[in-house]
Design a protein around this ligand. Structure first.
Ligand code: SF4
Length: 299
């Protein structure tokens, strides 16, 4: 596997406004991702908006946004409405976070200026930040989503070559749950012919449930135009018999046929019903800061 080059950059803005998603803002401490997942949709964005290639420009040349936490802190003083997703186009806990601690410093800024936050990661390093996650969780809604599309390690070595094995991700999830945090599994993307069988989905759901995940959600693979050739090359190298099947299923588009999506939905519904995913109990409504101050003044 090629080594990764890291380049420090200074950014002018940290929060990106998002439309049409269940969150209002996104935050990505890095550009590019050393986890190198072959199906990563962020590869396509990298090509579309940054005119980079979808291969090594994305997964072997990572930009380190060294001033992101300071910029975020300034922005949070102005933008406090809406919810935030961390890690929509990169993994906030890829290994280099161990050195730079950018994600941790962003979380510390959020503790001081809280907004409802979701974090998406495949990085067990997230357990390092349980202390700051707990402080944030005391102030706002926080969920850590572990991306675990498949638990078969042989497949994962091919599809997610730079990531920690799924069992390590789930061990991290267990540690977060033991700390009282909300942590769920995203079984995404489900790869047709590779990880979409009932057995594969069942193994992922069972492992997620045993780790204490509060939810198990799935989504089939989307193949944006920019990554079609890249993904097809991967299939041709690792799963050549699937190349014609994908051609029939996607027909050159980004989404699989609707009947496939319905069948997958049904399969996941059956699997999910076999295991327990207990949503965390709603907590007592938190007092607004102004109410807390008034209460303190009254005492
Ligand atoms: S961890 Fe996430 S952002 Fe990183 S390559 Fe994999 S899918 Fe893309």
């Amino acid at each position: 596997m090629s080594s990764v080059v890291y380049r420090e950059v200074h950014i002018k803005s940290a929060l990106n406004a998002v439309k049409g998603m269940p969150f209002d803002w996104s935050l990505n401490p890095w550009s590019g991702c050393a986890h190198k997942c072959v199906y990563c949709f962020a590869r396509a964005y990298h090509a579309r908006y940054r005119e980079k290639n979808v291969g090594t420009d994305f997964d072997s040349n990572v930009e380190v946004r060294v001033n992101i936490a300071d910029v975020l802190r300034k922005e949070l003083r102005r933008h406090r409405e809406g919810s935030l997703a961390i890690g929509t186009a990169t993994d906030p806990y890829q290994p280099i976070e161990g050195k730079y601690r950018l994600t941790r410093r962003c979380l510390e800024a959020l503790v001081d200026h809280p907004m409802p936050t979701g974090i998406v990661t495949k990085g067990p390093l997230v357990v390092r930040d349980i202390d700051v996650l707990k402080r944030l969780d005391e102030k706002t809604d926080l969920t850590v989503y572990f991306s675990v599309p498949c638990v078969d390690e042989e497949i994962v070595r091919k599809t997610d070559p730079g990531t920690a094995p799924p069992r390590q991700r789930l061990r991290a999830l267990r540690m977060l749950r033991d700390a009282g945090l909300d942590a769920a599994v995203l079984c995404m993307p489900v790869l047709p012919g590779i990880s979409d069988g009932e057995e594969s989905l069942d193994a992922a759901a069972r492992a997620a449930s045993e780790a204490g995940a509060t939810a198990f959600r799935h989504r089939p693979l989307k193949i944006d135009t920019e990554i079609q050739q890249y993904y097809t090359d991967f299939l041709a190298a690792e799963f050549p018999v699937l190349v014609p099947r994908y051609a029939a299923l996607y027909g050159g588009g980004a989404h699989p046929r609707k009947d496939y999506e319905r069948q997958l939905e049904e399969r996941v519904r059956r699997v999910r019903a076999r295991y327990e995913f207990r949503e965390r109990a709603p907590r007592a409504p938190r007092m607004r800061e102004s109410e807390t101050v008034q209460l303190q003044l009254a005492m």
